[in-house]
Design a protein around this ligand. Structure first.
Ligand SMILES: C[S@@+](CC[C@H](N)C(=O)[O-])C[C@H]1O[C@@H](n2cnc3c(N)ncnc32)[C@H](O)[C@@H]1O
Length: 436
């Protein structure tokens, strides 16, 4: 018979917001330690970790705790600089700073130092979970600057809209909308198209400016669903409903992209990534290339000429509109195919069967969450001679490189680009090869 003795009652689990130590709002002075993933630095106070925004390593600052929901750590803003770093600069954007717009992390940091901070984060992430920080591939990493400076690089953006219809951006870790009249990291015509008018009834507005200067605005409802779109072409004229795709250039050729479809936000990023991917992939004539999470076919299209007429390039993408754009972009390349499908462990195993032989090279450029361990393990067993992994989150990259390492692969090359100036984000390209 089952033991029906009553279990001792479980202690009630505190609500998420109550698990801290009640430090929210407290002010104290700290010495700021190393930079960490996520746009903050690490400090300690009374035995607790404090994640400090708006500070720099080595500074002494007065912080104000903004969030305390965890027993082990709290979050704080540096509200007063006691001893500043030599790398601290005047913020170019009047809307950034403690308690203000949450769009940027490093407005108070010189451009050169932003690159060093990002490199430190990538080295720390990869050193921790993908090997040793002393590995020369990791230790030698620098973050490369893209042409165009630190401002006006954003060619696509999503702006929030408050209940009164006024556009802006969200406060850091908040739903509050900070009303803006400009966003200096966004391309001027895109920022103006959204921020210099009101959007009654909208929840958000997406904007994109293409390489011809055409600006597409897409109104979203409060659940994030697109409700209408307009295209403004340079030189004026009446706004048009979109239909034509946006024009982009990269790798020495033109590309068509769906107005709201994925394309690198920084105008120089696609070019830089194509050349980094091509150098790592070193595709030879006759080889088979798999381009996973292919979007509009950027990497597959750029690598197809190297595979030549005897080679084969298969671009795999889940989104139907992106597949249609990829079909159009790859139309002149008979060795390139577009397969619509989900990349997950099961789908990928089927796809490798359908390929009818091992791919020579796999390029993958997954969304921010990364490909994940299961997909990485299938790729490690695919028979490819190399995997080139493009990643916008070094933590997800490090986790997946760790999964490859557990299958006997090693990190043979690593580059990183500052495709998101003023923010803590960084774009990485990693080369993985089988064998120690
Ligand atoms: C970071 S974008 C990369 C696009 C392309 N490589 C480029 O650079 O323009 C990621 C792409 O993966 C697609 N995607 C997301 N999840 C997917 C999945 N599970 N399977 C296949 N494609 C997916 C998205 O639609 C998007 O086009």
């Amino acid at each position: 018979m089952a033991d029906r003795r009553a279990r001792p009652p479980r202690a009630p689990r505190p609500a998420r917001a109550d698990r801290g130590l009640g430090w929210a709002g407290r002010r104290f002075e700290v010495e700021v330690g190393a930079v960490a993933h996520g746009g903050h630095c690490v400090a300690r106070h009374e035995g607790r970790v404090v994640f400090v925004r708006h500070a720099l390593p080595g500074e002494r600052v007065v912080v104000q705790v903004t969030e305390d929901r965890h027993p082990g750590y709290c979050r704080a803003d540096a509200v007063e600089v006691v001893e500043g770093s030599e790398h601290r600069v005047e913020r170019p954007c009047p809307h950034s700073g403690p308690g203000r717009c949450g769009g940027c992390d490093w407005q108070h940091v010189s451009f050169a130092e932003q690159h060093r901070l990002k490199a430190a984060v990538v080295r720390e992430q990869l050193g921790r979970s993908a090997g040793s920080a002393a590995d020369p591939v990791i230790a030698g990493l620098v973050v490369e600057e893209l042409p165009g400076g630190s401002l006006r690089w954003r060619s696509r953006a999503r702006f929030a809209v408050d209940r009164a219809g006024t556009p802006g951006l969200r406060r850091h870790r908040s739903h509050d909308v900070v009303v803006l009249d400009d966003c200096p990291i966004t391309a001027e015509p895109a920022a103006a198209a959204v921020l210099q008018r009101r959007w009654p009834g909208a929840g958000a507005v997406d904007v994109a400016v293409d390489s011809t200067g055409a600006v597409t605005t897409t109104r979203l409802d409060r659940r994030g669903h697109p409700t209408s779109s307009r295209v403004l072409r340079p030189g004026g004229g009446l706004p048009e409903e979109p239909g034509a795709r946006a024009a982009r250039t990269a790798g020495g050729r033109d590309w068509e992209v769906e107005g709201t479809g994925f394309w690198q936000v920084h105008p120089a990023a696609a070019d830089a990534l194509v050349s980094a991917v091509a150098a790592f992939a070193a595709v030879a004539p006759g080889e088979t290339v798999l381009d996973l999470y292919a979007g509009a076919g950027l990497f597959g299209g750029a690598l197809a000429p190297a595979a030549g007429p005897e080679g084969r390039v298969v671009c795999v993408e889940a989104d139907g509109e992106a597949c249609a754009a990829a079909e159009a972009n790859l139309a002149g390349l008979p060795q390139a195919e577009v397969w619509q499908g989900e990349v997950d462990a099961e789908g990928l195993a089927g796809l490798l069967d359908d390929l009818g032989g091992a791919p020579s090279v796999v390029v993958l450029d997954p969304p921010r969450a990364g490909a994940g361990g299961a997909v990485s393990r299938v790729l490690a067993g695919s028979g490819a001679r190399a995997v080139v992994y493009v990643a916008c989150d070094p933590a997800a990259l490090a986790r997946d490189v760790g999964a490859f390492a557990a299958e006997g692969w090693r990190l043979a090359g690593l580059r990183a680009f500052d495709a998101f100036p003023m923010t803590a984000h960084v774009e990485c390209v990693a080369l993985l090869v089988p064998g120690a």
